[in-house]
Design a protein around this ligand. Structure first.
Ligand code: FES
Length: 101
């Protein structure tokens, strides 16, 4: 189990290893922007501010982030693709206001 902390509110969600960050947010009533839930639209971009270890980025996610002009070095992820592992994660949702998919 990991704790996901969503900034700027500081709301926390407990998630089993393998849970997508989008699912953790929705299950806990976190206001998060998203659309397709399937790595197609790019609306669910998030900034991960503290995550020693999350699931690796897949090629589809990397390609969509590149198309959107967003970083692919790991601090920006798609909430519908990125899964928590065992480590606690801090996510900044204010990042969603900084770009247009
Ligand atoms: S919700 Fe569409 S890419 Fe994540």
């Amino acid at each position: 189990m990991a704790t996901v902390t969503f900034l700027p509110t500081g709301k926390c969600a407990t998630a089993a290893s393998g849970t997508k960050i989008l699912a953790a947010a929705l299950r806990n009533g976190v206001d998060i922007r998203y659309g397709c839930s399937a790595c197609q639209c790019g609306t669910c971009g998030i900034s991960i501010t503290n995550a020693p270890r999350v699931s690796p980025m897949g090629e589809d996610e990397r390609a969509l982030l590149t198309r959107l002009g967003l970083s692919t070095e790991g601090s920006v992820r798609l909430a519908c693709q990125c899964r928590v592992l065992e480590d606690d994660v801090t996510v900044d949702l204010s990042f969603q206001q900084t770009y247009s998919p």
